[in-house]
Design a binder for this molecule. Structure first.
Ligand SMILES: [Zn+2]
Length: 176
């Protein structure tokens, strides 16, 4: 198994805490991306949708996963288990210093996640605390914050799946 952390970046304009509408661990938020087969390298034609609330039985036995998908070329099964509790919203500081933030960790067997697609159903706050619903599928967003009397917006959405290692220390699990 390999652990992949989904990192995101965006240029934020008077906005902070960009994240899926119900938070990074929103059980209903669909994370969309493509899969590359670890066995033959085939990339799935369509983006796959994975959410924490969606659970399927693994064909091999007792365990469950959030996704099981057969490679169309070689027929090998790939499976993904989402690991909540490790994501944080993208702050304006992380946006300015280009560090980005990890939203979710995926435990992948037999497949590799690539090409994350930003969809609808995101949210962020203005620096004055006004909440905005954002459709990230457009790639950019612009509005006006009445409270802060300033324009707010975002653009240049980027993402990357990084291979991370599981570390246990003092009873806590971290992915770095
Ligand atoms: Zn394959």
């Amino acid at each position: 198994m390999v652990f992949y952390a989904l990192y995101v970046w965006a240029d934020l304009d008077n906005l902070t805490n960009l994240q899926p509408g119900g938070g990074c661990d929103d059980p209903n938020y669909p994370y969309y991306f493509k899969l590359r087969c670890e066995n033959c390298g085939e990339v799935s034609a369509k983006a796959t949708c994975v959410s924490i609330g969606e659970v399927v039985d693994l064909p091999t036995g007792r365990a469950t996963a959030n996704l099981v998908q057969k490679c169309k070329l070689c027929g090998r099964d790939g499976s993904i288990v989402m690991i909540p509790g490790h994501g944080t919203p993208l702050s304006i500081e992380e946006s300015q210093n280009e560090t980005g933030t990890c939203l979710m960790v995926f435990d992948c067997r037999g497949c590799e996640p690539i090409d994350f697609a930003f969809g609808d159903g995101w949210k962020a706050e203005s620096l004055e605390g006004t909440s905005f619903d954002i459709d990230c599928s457009e790639g950019e967003f612009a509005d006006y914050d009445e409270k802060g009397e300033c324009p707010v917006g975002l653009g240049k959405l980027r993402s990357e799946f990084r291979v991370v290692k599981k570390q246990e220390s003092r009873g806590k699990t971290k992915f770095v």
